[in-house]
Design a protein around this ligand. Structure first.
Ligand code: ATP
Ligand code: PRP
Length: 231
Protein backbone atom coordinates (compact mmCIF):
# COMPACT_ATOMS: atom_id res chain seq x y z
CA UNK A 1 0.00 0.00 0.00
CA UNK A 2 1.26 3.46 -0.89
CA UNK A 3 0.95 6.00 1.91
CA UNK A 4 -0.36 9.39 0.77
CA UNK A 5 0.51 12.59 2.62
CA UNK A 6 -1.39 15.75 1.60
CA UNK A 7 0.49 19.03 1.94
CA UNK A 8 -0.64 22.61 1.19
CA UNK A 9 0.01 23.46 -2.43
CA UNK A 10 -0.08 27.20 -1.83
CA UNK A 11 -0.79 29.77 0.81
CA UNK A 12 0.70 30.59 4.15
CA UNK A 13 1.33 27.03 5.37
CA UNK A 14 3.03 25.63 2.27
CA UNK A 15 6.69 26.28 3.07
CA UNK A 16 6.53 25.47 6.79
CA UNK A 17 4.73 22.20 6.07
CA UNK A 18 7.46 20.99 3.70
CA UNK A 19 10.15 22.16 6.12
CA UNK A 20 8.72 19.96 8.91
CA UNK A 21 9.11 16.85 6.73
CA UNK A 22 12.64 17.90 5.77
CA UNK A 23 13.52 18.16 9.48
CA UNK A 24 11.85 14.80 10.08
CA UNK A 25 14.28 13.18 7.64
CA UNK A 26 11.58 12.81 5.00
CA UNK A 27 12.63 15.38 2.37
CA UNK A 28 9.98 16.13 -0.22
CA UNK A 29 10.68 16.48 -3.91
CA UNK A 30 8.18 17.58 -6.54
CA UNK A 31 7.56 15.14 -9.33
CA UNK A 32 7.89 16.94 -12.66
CA UNK A 33 8.16 20.70 -12.45
CA UNK A 34 7.59 23.22 -9.64
CA UNK A 35 3.89 23.53 -10.42
CA UNK A 36 3.25 19.82 -10.20
CA UNK A 37 0.61 18.65 -7.72
CA UNK A 38 2.37 15.38 -6.98
CA UNK A 39 5.54 14.76 -5.05
CA UNK A 40 7.45 12.02 -3.34
CA UNK A 41 9.68 11.54 -0.36
CA UNK A 42 13.32 11.01 -1.18
CA UNK A 43 14.33 7.44 -0.44
CA UNK A 44 10.75 6.28 0.21
CA UNK A 45 9.21 5.03 -3.01
CA UNK A 46 6.08 3.93 -1.16
CA UNK A 47 5.13 7.40 0.10
CA UNK A 48 3.30 9.77 -2.21
CA UNK A 49 2.74 13.50 -1.68
CA UNK A 50 -0.49 15.17 -2.89
CA UNK A 51 -0.35 18.96 -2.97
CA UNK A 52 -3.84 20.32 -2.26
CA UNK A 53 -5.37 23.49 -0.82
CA UNK A 54 -5.68 23.64 2.96
CA UNK A 55 -9.44 23.11 3.01
CA UNK A 56 -9.30 20.30 0.44
CA UNK A 57 -6.83 18.52 2.73
CA UNK A 58 -9.37 18.45 5.54
CA UNK A 59 -12.00 17.05 3.18
CA UNK A 60 -9.72 14.37 1.74
CA UNK A 61 -8.74 13.25 5.25
CA UNK A 62 -12.42 12.88 6.13
CA UNK A 63 -13.02 10.86 2.98
CA UNK A 64 -10.03 8.64 3.78
CA UNK A 65 -8.56 9.49 0.36
CA UNK A 66 -5.21 10.41 1.98
CA UNK A 67 -3.48 8.92 5.03
CA UNK A 68 -1.96 12.08 6.49
CA UNK A 69 -2.40 15.77 5.88
CA UNK A 70 -1.01 19.05 7.13
CA UNK A 71 -3.71 21.66 7.55
CA UNK A 72 -5.26 24.03 10.09
CA UNK A 73 -7.26 22.61 12.99
CA UNK A 74 -9.98 25.18 12.16
CA UNK A 75 -10.45 23.68 8.71
CA UNK A 76 -10.55 20.13 10.14
CA UNK A 77 -13.17 20.98 12.77
CA UNK A 78 -15.21 23.09 10.37
CA UNK A 79 -14.98 20.67 7.47
CA UNK A 80 -15.67 17.34 9.20
CA UNK A 81 -18.69 16.19 11.19
CA UNK A 82 -17.48 14.78 14.51
CA UNK A 83 -13.87 15.32 13.44
CA UNK A 84 -12.23 13.32 16.24
CA UNK A 85 -14.00 10.17 15.13
CA UNK A 86 -12.81 10.53 11.56
CA UNK A 87 -9.27 11.77 12.10
CA UNK A 88 -6.55 11.96 14.73
CA UNK A 89 -4.64 15.16 15.37
CA UNK A 90 -1.18 13.64 15.58
CA UNK A 91 0.83 16.79 16.30
CA UNK A 92 0.38 20.53 16.55
CA UNK A 93 3.17 21.95 14.42
CA UNK A 94 3.75 25.43 15.85
CA UNK A 95 2.89 27.56 12.80
CA UNK A 96 -0.27 28.82 11.11
CA UNK A 97 -1.60 30.14 14.41
CA UNK A 98 -5.04 31.78 14.20
CA UNK A 99 -7.95 32.08 16.62
CA UNK A 100 -11.54 31.59 15.48
CA UNK A 101 -13.40 34.30 17.40
CA UNK A 102 -16.78 35.95 17.94
CA UNK A 103 -16.42 39.70 17.41
CA UNK A 104 -19.00 42.45 17.81
CA UNK A 105 -18.92 46.20 17.05
CA UNK A 106 -16.77 48.10 19.57
CA UNK A 107 -19.68 50.47 20.14
CA UNK A 108 -21.73 47.68 21.73
CA UNK A 109 -20.41 48.87 25.09
CA UNK A 110 -22.60 46.63 27.24
CA UNK A 111 -21.80 43.45 25.30
CA UNK A 112 -18.65 41.75 26.59
CA UNK A 113 -19.59 38.08 26.96
CA UNK A 114 -21.56 35.38 25.16
CA UNK A 115 -24.24 35.73 27.86
CA UNK A 116 -24.57 39.45 27.01
CA UNK A 117 -24.82 38.48 23.34
CA UNK A 118 -27.51 35.94 24.20
CA UNK A 119 -29.54 38.78 25.75
CA UNK A 120 -29.08 40.88 22.62
CA UNK A 121 -30.11 37.95 20.40
CA UNK A 122 -33.25 37.32 22.50
CA UNK A 123 -34.40 40.96 22.12
CA UNK A 124 -33.28 41.41 18.57
CA UNK A 125 -36.49 40.58 16.74
CA UNK A 126 -38.58 42.78 19.01
CA UNK A 127 -36.20 45.68 18.54
CA UNK A 128 -35.23 45.30 14.90
CA UNK A 129 -37.85 43.03 13.35
CA UNK A 130 -35.35 40.33 12.40
CA UNK A 131 -32.87 37.91 13.93
CA UNK A 132 -29.30 38.78 14.87
CA UNK A 133 -27.14 38.12 11.81
CA UNK A 134 -23.69 36.55 12.01
CA UNK A 135 -21.32 36.78 9.04
CA UNK A 136 -18.98 33.81 8.80
CA UNK A 137 -17.57 31.02 6.69
CA UNK A 138 -17.34 28.87 9.85
CA UNK A 139 -20.94 27.53 9.94
CA UNK A 140 -20.29 24.44 11.97
CA UNK A 141 -18.05 26.06 14.58
CA UNK A 142 -20.49 28.95 14.95
CA UNK A 143 -23.48 26.66 15.46
CA UNK A 144 -21.59 24.55 18.00
CA UNK A 145 -20.44 27.59 19.96
CA UNK A 146 -23.72 29.49 19.92
CA UNK A 147 -26.32 26.71 20.08
CA UNK A 148 -24.66 23.78 21.84
CA UNK A 149 -22.26 25.60 24.14
CA UNK A 150 -24.11 28.81 24.97
CA UNK A 151 -27.75 27.89 24.32
CA UNK A 152 -28.23 30.80 21.91
CA UNK A 153 -30.73 29.76 19.24
CA UNK A 154 -32.05 33.03 17.86
CA UNK A 155 -29.63 34.06 15.15
CA UNK A 156 -29.12 33.70 11.44
CA UNK A 157 -25.83 32.89 9.72
CA UNK A 158 -25.02 34.98 6.67
CA UNK A 159 -22.43 33.22 4.56
CA UNK A 160 -19.33 35.31 4.00
CA UNK A 161 -16.49 34.04 1.88
CA UNK A 162 -14.20 37.05 2.15
CA UNK A 163 -13.78 40.41 3.88
CA UNK A 164 -15.96 39.11 6.70
CA UNK A 165 -14.79 41.84 9.06
CA UNK A 166 -16.38 44.42 6.75
CA UNK A 167 -19.84 42.85 6.92
CA UNK A 168 -21.17 44.78 9.97
CA UNK A 169 -20.14 48.18 8.59
CA UNK A 170 -21.59 47.22 5.21
CA UNK A 171 -24.92 46.36 6.86
CA UNK A 172 -24.70 42.71 5.76
CA UNK A 173 -24.56 41.32 9.32
CA UNK A 174 -24.47 42.49 12.94
CA UNK A 175 -21.49 40.51 14.22
CA UNK A 176 -18.88 38.10 12.83
CA UNK A 177 -17.12 34.81 13.49
CA UNK A 178 -13.73 34.72 11.78
CA UNK A 179 -10.07 34.03 12.30
CA UNK A 180 -7.66 36.55 13.66
CA UNK A 181 -3.94 36.41 14.17
CA UNK A 182 -2.52 39.88 14.90
CA UNK A 183 -5.96 41.43 15.52
CA UNK A 184 -5.26 44.32 13.17
CA UNK A 185 -8.13 43.54 10.76
CA UNK A 186 -10.60 43.47 13.66
CA UNK A 187 -9.23 46.77 15.01
CA UNK A 188 -9.36 48.41 11.59
CA UNK A 189 -13.04 47.44 11.37
CA UNK A 190 -13.88 48.59 14.93
CA UNK A 191 -14.74 45.11 16.16
CA UNK A 192 -13.89 43.59 19.57
CA UNK A 193 -13.58 39.96 20.63
CA UNK A 194 -15.95 38.85 23.41
CA UNK A 195 -14.13 37.78 26.59
CA UNK A 196 -15.37 34.19 26.15
CA UNK A 197 -15.56 34.51 22.38
CA UNK A 198 -12.51 32.46 21.40
CA UNK A 199 -14.08 29.41 19.74
CA UNK A 200 -10.86 27.67 18.76
CA UNK A 201 -7.15 28.37 19.02
CA UNK A 202 -6.03 26.92 15.72
CA UNK A 203 -2.63 26.09 14.27
CA UNK A 204 -1.26 23.83 11.56
CA UNK A 205 -1.47 20.15 12.51
CA UNK A 206 -0.31 16.81 11.23
CA UNK A 207 -3.59 14.94 10.93
CA UNK A 208 -4.12 11.20 10.30
CA UNK A 209 -7.22 9.67 8.72
CA UNK A 210 -8.44 6.90 11.04
CA UNK A 211 -8.03 3.71 8.99
CA UNK A 212 -7.81 0.22 10.41
CA UNK A 213 -4.95 -0.69 8.04
CA UNK A 214 -2.78 1.87 9.85
CA UNK A 215 -2.67 -0.14 13.06
CA UNK A 216 -0.42 -2.86 11.69
CA UNK A 217 1.66 -0.62 9.40
CA UNK A 218 5.05 0.31 10.89
CA UNK A 219 5.51 3.06 8.28
CA UNK A 220 2.60 4.97 9.83
CA UNK A 221 4.19 4.87 13.26
CA UNK A 222 7.51 5.90 11.73
CA UNK A 223 6.01 9.02 10.11
CA UNK A 224 4.21 9.94 13.32
CA UNK A 225 7.38 9.56 15.42
CA UNK A 226 9.62 11.33 12.91
CA UNK A 227 7.35 14.40 12.81
CA UNK A 228 6.79 14.46 16.59
CA UNK A 229 10.53 14.31 17.16
CA UNK A 230 11.04 17.57 15.27
CA UNK A 231 8.90 19.50 17.75
N1 ATP B 1 -3.96 35.52 9.29
C1 ATP B 1 -4.50 34.41 8.82
N2 ATP B 1 -5.49 34.48 7.93
C2 ATP B 1 -6.06 33.37 7.40
N3 ATP B 1 -5.71 32.12 7.72
C3 ATP B 1 -4.73 31.99 8.61
C4 ATP B 1 -4.07 33.11 9.19
N4 ATP B 1 -3.14 32.66 10.01
C5 ATP B 1 -3.21 31.31 9.95
N5 ATP B 1 -4.17 30.90 9.12
C6 ATP B 1 -4.56 29.52 8.85
O1 ATP B 1 -4.19 29.15 7.55
C7 ATP B 1 -5.12 28.20 7.04
C8 ATP B 1 -5.59 28.66 5.68
O2 ATP B 1 -4.48 28.87 4.91
P1 ATP B 1 -4.55 29.57 3.52
O3 ATP B 1 -5.44 30.80 3.61
O4 ATP B 1 -3.17 29.71 3.06
O5 ATP B 1 -5.27 28.45 2.74
P2 ATP B 1 -5.77 28.50 1.29
O6 ATP B 1 -4.72 27.90 0.44
O7 ATP B 1 -6.27 29.87 0.99
O8 ATP B 1 -6.91 27.47 1.44
P3 ATP B 1 -8.28 27.45 0.71
O9 ATP B 1 -8.04 28.03 -0.64
O10 ATP B 1 -8.61 26.01 0.69
O11 ATP B 1 -9.16 28.28 1.61
C9 ATP B 1 -6.24 28.08 8.05
O12 ATP B 1 -6.07 26.89 8.78
C10 ATP B 1 -6.05 29.27 8.94
O13 ATP B 1 -6.41 29.05 10.28
O1 PRP C 1 -5.71 39.32 12.72
P1 PRP C 1 -5.06 39.64 11.41
O2 PRP C 1 -3.56 39.49 11.48
O3 PRP C 1 -5.45 41.00 10.89
O4 PRP C 1 -5.49 38.54 10.34
C1 PRP C 1 -6.81 38.18 10.11
C2 PRP C 1 -7.18 38.33 8.69
O5 PRP C 1 -6.31 37.62 7.84
C3 PRP C 1 -7.06 36.76 7.00
O6 PRP C 1 -7.33 37.32 5.80
P2 PRP C 1 -6.26 37.41 4.62
O7 PRP C 1 -6.13 38.83 4.25
O8 PRP C 1 -4.99 36.71 4.94
O9 PRP C 1 -6.99 36.72 3.45
P3 PRP C 1 -7.66 35.29 3.35
O10 PRP C 1 -8.87 35.33 4.23
O11 PRP C 1 -7.99 35.20 1.92
O12 PRP C 1 -6.65 34.26 3.80
C4 PRP C 1 -8.34 36.49 7.77
O13 PRP C 1 -9.42 36.12 6.96
C5 PRP C 1 -8.57 37.77 8.49
O14 PRP C 1 -9.33 38.65 7.71
Amino acid sequence: MTITIALPSKGRMKDDASAIFERAGLPIVAVGNDRSYRGRVEGHEDIEIAFLSASEIARELGAGAVDFGVTGEDLVREGLVDADRQVEIVARLGFGHADVVVAVPEIWLDVDTMADLGDVAADFRARHGRRLQIATKYWRLTQQHFSSQHGIQLYRIVESLGATEGAPAAGQADIIVDITSTGSTLRANHLKILSDGVILKSQACLVRARKSAHESDPRIAHIVDAVRNTL
